[in-house]
Design a protein around this ligand. Sequence first.
Ligand SMILES: Nc1ncnc2c1ncn2[C@@H]1O[C@H](COP(=O)(O)OP(=O)(O)O)[C@@H](O)[C@H]1O
Ligand SMILES: [Mg+2]
Length: 206
Amino acid sequence: MVIASNTQVALRYPEGIREADAQKLHTIMDAAHQMKQLTDHLLILARSDEDLSHLCEVVHLNTMLPKLIDDYQEQAQNLSIHLVLRMEDALDTLGLESELRRVFANLIDNAFAFTSAGGEISIAATHNDRQLQISVSDTGIGMSEETQARIFDRFWRADTSRSYRSGGAGLGLAIVEAIVRNHGGSVGVVSRLGVGSRFDVRLPSA
Ligand SMILES: Nc1ncnc2c1ncn2[C@@H]1O[C@H](COP(=O)(O)OP(=O)(O)O)[C@@H](O)[C@H]1O
Ligand SMILES: [Mg+2]
């Protein structure tokens, strides 16, 4: 943060800076932000094995999911991607709302990163008496079987990721898996190359 904020201050008065140097400062700032994101993600993972049960509360997905989807509508419009949410009533689970929000945000971020204009991202949330299932589906590039077997590994990214809108370090899905497991649930993927992907999150119903 020190590197990023000092660079930002320097760039606030670009008159005294040569154009080429200003570009270097932008590069430094981007790199500092990426480093911060990486250390944040490593900290989240390091903490993910902690027992957080004393902090648990009832999380109402019927309130949380619409708010989260709302935050993505502008991005969806800008990228010409159709974003839809379908959910049944009474979707409650026990846990930490901020953590569960991160799970779905990571899945939706990925769906946006690998889906092109005209595509669709849909979130469907249903339940039976014991379990909630929240599915995040996209009509994006999809994944081969080999890829699907590795995506939940820490730091793993497909080579194709570079050419898409994904700037992560390959920790997003490892974080998703750790949080969901810590909430007594599970996550899986169904995907076909060139057709799309669906991530299914299962959580205990409260
Ligand atoms: N919805 C998706 N469609 C296609 N590939 C995906 C999708 N989500 C994840 N992946 C693949 O899984 C890899 C790991 O994802 P993730 O753990 O979120 O890391 P990152 O976002 O940093 O690439 C991605 O680099 C990509 O290859
Ligand atoms: Mg990601």
